[in-house]
Design a protein around this ligand. Structure first.
Ligand code: SAH
Length: 570
């Protein structure tokens, strides 16, 4: 549905009352996520805390917006960002009870098409106000995906001529106009012309180009964008009909090719290395042999618009993301966006579940917590096929988690395709910082982060580091403090700490911070026993200056002052 909009829409609701209508709309767009205001809507797919910032961000990221609230709220909210854009995503206001559907913005992005789809799903009539659309039953300036409009300004004049009573003929194949109510006449002066041939624009013609041309390029060609333009011009093919650039998969990370594709405003697709002619034949074997007007460039013209997703593959992406401690509000927006984009999600089952919900088309690969290197290699195998892959960690992926394993797997690999993957590490709020924030500022001065697990490092190294960190009077954050298979290590670690710190030293214990059933406890080093700690606990031990004072309402604030030595006079 809604083939005119590329991205899945966001359904944004303010209160529980809208959830039912939101769900009905979601059935029309199964990939759409429902965004609910935190604390007010339980059962949304994503929660947000600020309506305005959320709506503006979706708009700026070209996400179609279906807002279940008053049209005025949407208009006022988006007003500050409206002038920044030429092309814009569809934006609709829908009444909470589903009785009204109002297309507001994004006429060229297919907002009226969506308004019709939603209104028919909700069994109501859309509030269409676009005159051309009302008269002809279609927006001529918004051809379906796979077709490009020649010129918007000329197009607007053309439509207003039609509205003033002119007749029109259609040249070329425009299957989507079959159902439109156009004043057709074979001898009309105005013509809608659909075709890939290069043409001079004229006021009498509405030019629409099928995106049915593929150009395969050798990366050795100088100045690829200009060369492609010249080759198309030489062959009398319109640049607007170019659907994609095809190059060898060994050039997946080649910056010049990425720049050329951006200049030409088309996607880059990849296939096994070969001459441009061979590459074009690999991906479109059913077509006649390509034309090669210029050395290093081959052109293929297909009878229909090309389905880009079916041509070779895209550049794979691998993102190693940090979910933060658990609660959705503590997840950075870039991580949320990455989860929407993912084809494959890999990780320890608990974390994969925490990262959800996922759509039916997203493949989950849940593994045991111990198989990290294998998981990292699997991620590269998937990404090298052109898929968008996410590896999830809790907290920050660089803190005792998957980022280092992924980089180690890449370092060990001599597969050029793995090295060409678009790899990005997206940070998260680590458990020590999430716990510290709840307690006050126990890590407010220099501190040391350690994992007490001796699975991957010898225990005597842990003892030595701990001893030196204590000597340096650093506050300490212990990850992996204890587990069933490592029962005695924490007790031994505390013996070392007690050689350096007094029994009054404040200790913060955070368990399942940011998750359901979280607990926060402040004790002293003298009181602390290993029984108070398990593998879901973060242990923060103070330095000699860490101190506490009572909090109104119960409990204690803990902080380590920013100064050291004698307290400065202020
Ligand atoms: N990458 C993670 C840490 C993984 S190591 C991060 O940056 O947070 C796993 C250890 O982190 C656990 O044994 C526990 O000590 C700590 N931890 C992770 N999540 C936690 C949470 N929500 N609350 C308390 N401790 C947590």
């Amino acid at each position: 549905m809604g083939d005119s909009s590329q991205k899945a829409p966001a359904i944004v609701i303010l209160g529980k009352g809208a959830l039912n209508t939101a769900r009905r709309i979601q059935q029309l767009y199964p990939d759409a996520l429902i965004h609910g205001l935190v604390g007010r809507v339980a059962g949304a797919d994503r929660s947000y805390s600020e309506f305005g910032a959320t709506l503006r961000q979706l708009y700026q990221h070209d996400t179609p917006i279906i807002a279940l609230c008053a049209a005025g709220i949407v208009i006022r909210t988006l007003a500050p960002v409206l002038l920044e854009k030429g092309a814009e995503p569809p934006v609709l206001a829908v009444a909470e009870d589903g009785s009204a559907v109002v297309p507001l913005l994004g006429g060229l992005g297919g907002v009226n098409v969506m308004a019709r789809e939603i209104a028919s799903g909700l069994e109501t009539t859309p509030a269409i106000t676009t005159s051309g659309e009302l008269r002809f039953g279609t927006c001529l300036l918004n051809p379906p995906s796979g077709y490009a409009l020649g010129d918007l300004e000329l197009g607007k004049r053309f439509v207003s001529d039609l509205l003033s009573g002119e007749r029109v003929r259609i040249e070329g194949e425009a299957p989507w106009l079959a159902q439109a109510q156009l004043p057709e006449d074979d001898r009309a002066e105005l013509a809608i012309r659909v075709g890939y041939a290069e043409r001079e624009p004229s006021a009498n013609e509405l030019l629409i180009y099928p995106r049915n041309v593929l150009v395969a390029v050798d990366a050795k060609v100088d100045n690829v964008a200009d060369a492609v333009k010249a080759a198309l011009h030489e062959s009398r093919i319109a640049l607007q009909s170019l659907a994609c650039l095809l190059v060898s998969e060994h050039d997946m990370a080649n910056p010049a090719l990425h720049a050329a594709a951006e200049t030409l405003n088309v996607p880059l697709r990849f296939t096994a290395a070969g001459s441009p002619g061979d590459m074009a034949q690999q991906v479109l074997p059913q077509l006649l042999s390509p034309i090669t007007p210029i050395e290093g460039i081959a052109i293929v013209v297909a009878p229909q618009p090309l389905d880009i997703e079916q041509i070779g593959h895209g550049r794979g992406r691998l993102a190693v993301i940090g979910l933060g401690p658990g609660a959705a509000e503590f997840m950075i927006p870039a991580v949320k966006a990455e989860l929407v984009r993912a084809n494959d999600v890999l990780g320890y089952e608990t974390y994969v579940r925490m990262a959800g919900p996922f759509r039916a088309d997203q493949v989950l690969h849940c593994t045991d917590n111990r198989e990290e290197m294998q998981r990292a290699r699997h991620a590269f195998e998937l990404a090298a096929q052109g898929r968008s892959v996410v590896v999830v960690s809790s907290g920050d992926p660089g803190v005792f988690a998957m980022a280092a394993a992924v980089l180690e797997a890449l370092h060990e690999s001599d597969n050029p395709l793995w090295h060409s993957v678009d790899l990005e590490i997206l940070p998260g709020v680590s458990a020590s910082l999430a716990t510290a924030a709840q307690a006050g500022a126990p890590l407010g001065h220099d501190f040391c982060v350690m994992s007490l697990s001796d699975n991957l490092k010898p225990w005597d190294v842990i003892e030595k580091r701990l001893d030196l960190a204590c000597q340096a009077d650093l506050a300490l954050a212990f990850y992996n403090p204890i587990s069933r298979s490592r029962p005695w290590q924490l007790g031994r670690a505390l013996e070392i700490v007690r050689q350096h710190r007094t029994p009054e030293t404040p200790v913060t214990l955070g368990r399942d911070i940011g998750r359901p059933g979280q607990t926060l406890q402040v004790v002293t080093l003298g009181e602390l026993t290993p029984e108070q700690v398990d593998m879901r606990t973060m242990v923060l031990i103070g330095s000699s200056l860490t101190t506490t004072f009572p909090r109104v309402g119960g409990g204690q604030w803990v902080y380590t002052p920013r100064w050291y030595g004698a307290k400065p006079l202020r």
